[in-house]
Structure formats: C-alpha cells, structure tokens
Design a protein around this ligand. Structure first.
Ligand code: OGA
Ligand code: MN
Length: 282
C-alpha cells in the first residue's frame, strides 16, 4: 500500500495514510514520512496501535532519544524513555505530567541543543457528550517569519534571544541541580531549518528572558510582539485528537500549545518521546 500525504488547510500539518506503525518501516516508507515531517512540520497517523516498544523504535528512526527535565519523575514504568502526559490520578498520585504545554512554547528551548522533534501517542482523549477536548495547537514559525515586513527581517538578522531555565515563572520550582544543568543559553531569533533551509522564528514570550545586546524594556516589547505575531490564527493548525493517533512535530518549524479545557473525570493520557537534533541548531 502506498503512503498518502494529506496536508491540512493550515501552513503546517499533514495526515499520513497507508502506514501501520506497529510494523517496521521500509526504507522508502521512512523516507516518505521523514520528507513529510520536514515539509509539514507536524504529521499524524490515525488509528495506530503502537506499543511502548513500538513507540521507542519509531522514535529512533529519527534520532537519539532525548529526555525532558519535567518528565524525570513521570517516565513510563519499564520504559523510562517514554514520558507520561496525563491528568489521571492513581492512588492519590498524578501518573503523568499534568499541565504540559499550557503556554505557547517550543520544547526545551532553554537548553543548548533542544530536541528536533517530539512524538505524542494518544492513548485516552477526553470528550464531553461526544465532543473531543484537549486539542493541541501548532503555529507555523516559517510562515510567521515569511510574513514579517522586510525591515523587521533585517533587524532580526544576527539577533540572539536569551533563555534561562531558572528565569521568570520557573524560579520557584526548580532544584539547584537543575539550575546548574541548564545554564542560560542564547539561540538565533531567526533559525534556519537544518533540512529545508527555511527561516523560522524562535521566540517565546514565557521562555525568552531577553535579547543579547538589546535594552531590557525594548527586548521585552520585541519578544512580546514577535510571540503574538507567531500565533496569528492564519499560522495555526489545531489538532483534534483521537485515541490511536500518533503525532510528531518539529520544534524548529512549530510552536505548540495544549488546550486545557477538560478535567477529571474526563481523562487524557499521552505517551511522549523526544529525539535529538544532530547538532546544535544554527
Ligand atoms: C509536550 C506538550 C502538549 C499536549 O508534550 O511537549 O507540550 O497537548 N504537550 O499534551
Ligand atoms: Mn511541549
């Protein structure tokens, strides 16, 4: 059966049909999936039945497994490479990371080498009277860049945004050990995608603590303006989950946001992996 790529109406996102992820991918199948991933930034497969081992094997096609700091306490039993994202409580304990991604962000942007991609495998999806809740939104950072006025593109050339894991809202909740493991870093505001060569905006309101060489007030205004620009509705694909979905996104091409519009007894359960980029992003 051939692989079929069905793009969404948005500047990112495509459904991949004709692939059973519980079976090993052929070379040509993998090439088709990898190309679609690079072209569309977010790809998803419906109606999969992927075991934890299968999810890990699928992830490794794309790169080395990478671990998320907030997942350290919520690895899947026997499969620490998989992080549980969930609102479910068992025995008075949360079984997973509950509020993952409730602000627009790109995963682990506060590290020197953020993961190239993240994969979510939907096990349980909340719904109310047959209406699905707990969508995830993805904003196309290359479309946002392309849409900038020429003067702004020029101004951003060579600019680096500062990220500090210990800064802003996290200051209270991180440990000294984490603080030392994640010293402040800078990344280019305009990232060049390692495969497509497209220019992508890489600024987040909550995670960027400044812009190198720019006065603080001005830097904050620029970060806020760019962050708002990236999430204009025309750049967004909103994914409505179904149990059995496997979805992966590219942390350079998109930023994402989890819509937290559900609560127990409605349950949401995702298995998550991340894979590394070959080299620090340019
Ligand atoms: C993540 C994340 C969003 C979601 O896992 O990195 O932001 O909808 N998740 O669960
Ligand atoms: Mn995230």
């Amino acid at each position: 059966m051939g692989v079929e790529i069905v793009p969404t109406d948005a500047p990112v996102g495509a459904e991949i049909r004709g692939v059973d992820l519980s079976l090993p991918l052929s070379n040509s199948g993998l090439a088709a999936v990898d190309n679609a991933f690079n072209d569309h930034g977010v790809i998803y497969f419906r109606d999969q039945s992927l075991s934890p081992e299968g999810l890990l094997a699928f992830t490794r096609y794309f790169g080395d497994l990478q671990f998320n700091v907030f997942g350290e306490d919520h690895g899947l039993d026997d499969h620490p490479g998989i992080v549980v994202i969930s609102n479910i409580e068992e025995g008075g304990r949360e079984i997973g990371v509950k509020a993952a991604g409730s602000r627009w962000h790109s995963d682990m942007c506060y590290t020197a080498n953020p993961p190239r991609g993240t994969i979510l495998c939907a096990r349980e999806v909340p719904d109310q009277d047959g209406l699905t809740l707990g969508d995830t939104c993805f904003a196309a950072t290359h479309a946002a860049y392309d849409d900038l006025p020429a003067e702004m593109k020029e101004r951003l050339e060579g600019c680096r945004a500062e990220f500090d894991f210990a800064g802003r809202q996290r200051a209270q909740i991180i440990t000294q050990e984490q603080r030392e493991r994640f010293p402040p870093v800078t990344h280019p505001i305009v990232r060049t995608h390692p495969v497509t060569g497209r220019k992508c905006l890489y600024v987040m309101r909550d995670d960027c603590t400044g812009i190198a060489g720019v006065e603080e007030g001005e830097a904050q205004r620029m970060v806020a303006a760019l962050a708002d620009h990236i999430i204009r509705p025309e750049f967004i694909y909103r994914h409505r989950w179904r149990a059995g979905d496997v979805l992966m996104w590219d942390n350079c091409t998109v930023q994402h946001l989890a819509i937290q519009d559900y609560a127990l007894p409605m349950r949401r359960l995702m298995h998550r992996t991340t894979f590394a980029a070959d080299a620090p992003p340019a």
